[in-house]
Write a protein that binds this ligand. Sequence first.
Ligand code: TXE
Length: 483
Amino acid sequence: MALTAIDNFINNEFVKPTEGAYFDTFNPAHGVPHAQIPDSTKADVDLAYKAASTAFTTWSKTTKAERARILYKIADLIDARQDEFVRAESKDQGKPISLAKTVDIPRAAYNFRFFAGRILHSVEEAAELEGVGFNYSQRMPIGVAGLISPWNLPLYLLTWKIAPCIACGNTAICKPSEFTSLTAYMLCSVLKDAGLPAGVVNMVFGTGMKAGQALVEHPRIPLISFTGGTVTGAKIIANSAPHFKKLSLELGGKNANIIFADCDFEKALTTSLRSSFANQGEICLCGSRIFVERPIYEKFLNGLVDGAKKLKVGDPSAHDTNLGALVSKEHWEKVKSYIDLGVKEGGKIECGGDKPASLQDEFQNGYFLEPTIISGLTPSCRVMREEIFGPVVTIYAFDTEEEVIQITNDSEYGLSCSLWTENGRRARRVAGEIQAGTVWVNTWMARDLRMPFGGMKKSGLGREGGEHSLDFYTELKTICLAD
Ligand code: TXE
């Protein structure tokens, strides 16, 4: 089968990487190469920078109304090509097509629509300094932004960065994950067809070590928005430090899913199956540490195991598939090694633990893993502390509210948490104590893009969403006019 060859997108043109080198990416469901990705280097980032900095001089002066018009058009064109995007995302990442259709691609379009509207409705501060003058604040676009995105929600997370970046008048150089570049490549034509001027968004494909690092170390790129692993986040902080860059880092998580005995049991159970295994557990917001209040522990565990066993793992393009393939062979091995570690640490595999036995022949080399539930571990075990980022959850019985708050907060991470209780006072009390950027009560993954989003501790730096995205993608200044 011919491989899909993709090229960089600089100044609204598709161009080959300067060194002419490409590498293969794999179709995760079949375990075979399916696309060739430019192995871009610093020279390509420099070319993109030239285009983006030239475009900045005019784009930063374009009216908000005109920027919004183009962003709305981009959203409409993503919608118009939705099926194409859905199929490509599922094939490239391994995720079930139903998820790409209901979550990834609609949200990519909505990211543009949301920020198109957002910039039209912002009002800045003004204050009179009596007897002296009048102050007002003004937002300025900053310049060329480096946008580095991961492989788990490829187009969803990339557009979450591009939309506010260009809505605010900046220009961008994007570096999508080397594992999942296809939908970013397809987006380039959409941007051009929507009338986005040349150089406003440039796409440099390749690895983190070469293309990503060149963006981070570029002395004239003043802001970097990154979503990915915590270890990479630490490197980005160190490598960008000499240039005092503005950073927004959305990193890993080890999120608690707390089930109190007074919860709506069926709702908690059904949603916990989703928060454990959606996108094969490859969402930074998945609730991988399940804490259940002891009186309902056995019943909840049995329900969760029954539910997990019924989930259909396999062909990502089949409409009734619940879990597709993990993104890569290396990632499959990493996740599997945590399951093995769980056993060594004294855990009991309640279900799953390996490749499904029932895969059709064509998927035998794919990176599939059964939904896995591990019991019997204590909160100090590595499997209960480190991010696994796969279809693996631990389950643990707790006795008191104080105890569960303590074990939830005893983590290097602080991205999100779900808690399930019908007691409103308890919900507010516990939510107030949890160290996480987002706490969901009786739900999961409900996101209002107007609200702040980000992580505490090693889950990230900064907040994005609504006003907070505008804060990141603009410089805010005060102008004082004397009487
Ligand atoms: O992410 P990386 P990986 C977690 C998850 C996963 C782990 C590693 O635990 O197992 O991170 O995944 C680019 N300078 N999450 O290896 O490496 C890279 O090319 C600049 C959590 O895929 O962090 C890609 O575009 N850029 C998560 C992006 O960074 C660099 C989503 C993310 O890759 C770079 C994905 C460097 N030195 C993984 N090194 C989430 N929070 O949603 C890499 N990159």
